[in-house]
Design a protein around this ligand. Sequence first.
Ligand code: HEC
Ligand code: HEC
Length: 321
Amino acid sequence: MPRLVAIVPAIALALVLAAGLAACAPRAESPSATATAPKAGFDWASWTPPSLDSIPDDSLGRSIRRGQALLAHTTDSLPGYAHSNLQCTSCHLNNGLEDKAAPLTGTFARFPKYMARTGAVITVEDRVNYCFTRSLAGSRLANNSKEMTDIVNYLAYLSKGIPVGTKAKVDGLLGMPNKLTGDPSRGEAIFKEKCAVCHGPDGQGVAVNPALWGPKSFSVGASMTREERAASFIWHNMPLGQGGTLTEQQAFDVASFIVRQPRPDSPGKEKDWPTGGAPYDVPYATQGHAPYVTPTLLPRRYPAYSVVPQPPRAPATPGGP
Ligand code: HEC
Ligand code: HEC
C-alpha cells in the first residue's frame, strides 16, 4: 500500500504546519469567534479609527486622500455639484471621525443597507448622494464617477478592521436624553446671543461658518431639518468647540427657530417613508404624516439632479429596451 504510506506523512506534515501556524497567529482568535458568536457584537471600545496620517502612499492611498479632501472642501472641489456653503464636514465633524456628529466610521461596512426613508435597500454610493442632494442641497454625482470612487474609498478606509455587517457605533446623530419641544421665539434670542457671531446675523453663513438657513443652507429633505435631530447636533457640538454648554431646552429652542426658516426644497420628498412611519418632526407631508413645521421652500438650481433615482432594472438583453 505505498499510496497510504505517502499520505500519512503528508497528513502529519499538515498537522505540524497547522499547529505551527496556530502558534504563530496572534492570540486574538476573536475575529472568527466574534463573527460567529450570535449577536456578540463588535468591540468598538478596542477599535481605533485609522489615522489620516497613515493613509498609504500608493494609488489607492491617493484616491483615499482625494476622497477625504472632497469631504472637507466640497464646495471648492465640486462647485458644479455643491450649491450651498456647507462642506460634508460641516456636519460630519473632524473628517467624519466625531462620534457626536453622525460619524462615518464603520459606514462602509454596513452598506448596502435598508433605509426606511427610501423604503429600499441602498448602496453606499446612493447614501452619499442622499447627503449630496439633501444635506448639501447639491446635485448627485454619477455613481461610477472618479469622485464618487474617491469618496467611497475614503469611507472604506474609515471602516478599516470593521467586519462587514457590523452595527454602527452611533447610528447617525445621537438621540437627545429627553424629547422636549422647542420654542422658536426663545430660540431666536439664543441664536442672536450665541450663534450669529459665527453663522451671521441672518444665518446665511460667513466665511468658513456654514449657513443655517436660506438658499445656501441644507435642504428641507435633510435630517438636520428635523427639530430633534438639529437639537441633538447643536446640543452636542455647538457653539463650535463648546458642545454641551447649552441646556437641552435651549438646544430644542434654537433648533425649533432654525427649522422654521426658509431653505432649499427637496423634490420628491413626499415619496419618503413610502410605507409610513415618518418620525414626528419631519417638516413635510409623507404617507400618513402631516408636516411638523412648514418652512418657506426655495427653488433648486438643478431639480432633476436633486433627486437620487431608484436603480433601473437591467434590460432583458444588453443594450436592449
Ligand atoms: C447638514 C448636515 C450634513 C451634511 C452637510 C452632510 N451630511 Fe451626511 N449625514 C448627516 C446626518 C445627520 C446623517 C445621519 C442620518 C440620520 O440621521 O439617519 C448623515 C449620514 C451620512 C451617511 C450614512 C452614514 C451611515 O453610517 O449610515 C453618509 C455616507 C454620509 N452622510 C455622507 C455624507 C457626504 C459624503 C456628505 C457631503 C456630500 C455629507 N454626508 C454631508 C448630515 C449631513
Ligand atoms: C465659533 C463659531 C461658531 C459658533 C459660535 C457656532 N457655530 Fe455652528 N458651526 C460653526 C462651524 C465652523 C461649523 C462647521 C463645522 C466645521 O467646519 O468644523 C458649524 C456647523 C453648524 C451646523 C451644521 C452645519 C450647518 O450649517 O447647518 C449647525 C446646525 C450649527 N453649526 C448650529 C449652530 C448653532 C445653533 C449655534 C449657536 C448655539 C452655533 N452653531 C454656534 C461655527 C460656529
